[in-house]
Design a protein around this ligand. Structure first.
Ligand SMILES: Cc1cc2nc3c(=O)[nH]c(=O)nc-3n(C[C@H](O)[C@H](O)[C@H](O)COP(=O)(O)OP(=O)(O)OC[C@H]3O[C@@H](n4cnc5c(N)ncnc54)[C@H](O)[C@@H]3O)c2cc1C
Length: 309
């Protein structure tokens, strides 16, 4: 706590204009709508502010938690006693650039830009390749860190470069091939790099055809996923050779509840907040699901959703 007080003091003095929030309710920043307060949150709007925030925190041995759109996140009911950083301002921007080599346009996006906004913007500019991402409610930084994917597409496939801030608050660029992308993880998953910008190469196509593909995927999502309730998407990783939702369904666990948390009746892979669910409710439900699936199928489920305490 003393270190956080010192951090707050240094950030107030050293990063003038930086937005700082004390005891910020995390339920406002997660798609689950669950989570107690973060002791200290910074919302840098420029690269200078973000670099100052990271350098200062790491100098004081405070490990910041990088928050995206909170769509793969469960935060403890007691909140998080640490330091949370969320990108704002210029990090939410999306720009189109002519490619210097062959005239093929490149798309840059700040780490805090929403993936849905990025794919809709690409559609408007007549660029194909990100249709799969239009219904993923994450930020660009979170999606790259998690290598988000759906319907056969993954964010890593269209990426050229990623720009991060490292532990010294210095900028570093990674080619997509250097990011160790794998199923729902990357070199950035360990928390040592803050993804602040990304560059994508997309193919030109007819905006109407791109929109039609996006509409089709949206319809598929609406039909299969419980989008009417707050959640963090798929609760579990896909176990090798299986589908988590199919195993949970097979064990008869659809509709199972713990407090306000429920295994979705529509999609067994989702845990939904039916109203007033706590983090403890969700974790208890996850415990029961894991136990029953292991007993009945021999498969050990692993949580995909990150827990912040
Ligand atoms: C209804 C629904 C549907 C979903 N469908 C899909 C789907 O089809 N496919 C899929 O892959 N996921 C899906 N998800 C899960 C989620 O949207 C993705 O995992 C997304 O990539 C998380 O991004 P975020 O910005 O919300 O990250 P957060 O939840 O905020 O954070 C997730 C992790 O990324 C880290 N992180 C966030 N931002 C940064 C950054 N800038 N730099 C470094 N690390 C960072 C965090 O520290 C944390 O470890 C779904 C979620 C919901 C609620």
């Amino acid at each position: 706590m003393e270190r956080l007080e010192e951090l707050k003091k240094r950030l107030t003095e050293g990063c003038p204009g930086l937005e700082l929030r004390v005891n910020e309710p995390m339920s406002r920043h997660t798609t689950f709508r669950i989570g107690g307060p973060a002791a200290l949150m910074a919302l840098p709007r420029t690269i200078t502010e973000a670099a100052c925030v990271l350098k200062t925190a790491w100098e004081l041995d405070v490990d910041p938690f990088f928050l995206g759109n909170g769509s793969n996140l469960l935060v403890a009911d007691e909140g998080c006693p640490g330091f949370v950083v969320k990108l704002a301002g210029e990090f939410e921007e999306i720009c189109l650039h002519p490619s210097p080599q062959n005239g093929q346009p490149l798309l840059s996006a700040g780490g805090g830009a929403l993936l849905s906004k990025l794919s809709h913007q690409a559609q408007k500019w007549g660029l194909t390749g990100l249709e799969f991402a239009s219904g993923i409610p994450g930020s660009v930084g979170g999606a790259i860190t998690m290598n988000a994917g759906a319907y056969g597409g993954e964010i890593s496939q269209k990426l050229l470069w990623v720009c991060v801030l490292d532990r010294n608050g210095e900028k570093q660029n990674f080619r997509a091939s250097e990011c160790s992308f794998d199923y729902r993880k990357s070199i950035f998953s360990g928390g040592d790099f803050f993804v602040v910008e990304a560059l994508f190469r997309l193919e030109p196509d007819d905006p109407a055809a791109i929109k039609a593909r996006m509409d089709e995927l949206t319809a598929q999502r609406k039909a299969k996923q419980p989008l009417e309730y707050p959640s963090a998407g798929s609760m579990f990783k896909r176990p090798t050779g299986h589908f988590a939702a199919a195993l949970i369904d097979q064990c008869g666990l659809k509709g199972l509840t713990a407090g306000g948390a429920q295994v979705s009746e529509k999609h067994a892979g989702f845990v939904v907040n039916r109203g007033g669910a706590t983090c403890a409710d969700v974790l208890e439900l996850v415990r029961q699901v894991k136990e029953r699936v292991l007993q009945q199928t021999g498969v050990e489920l692993e949580m995909e959703v990150k827990v912040l305490k």
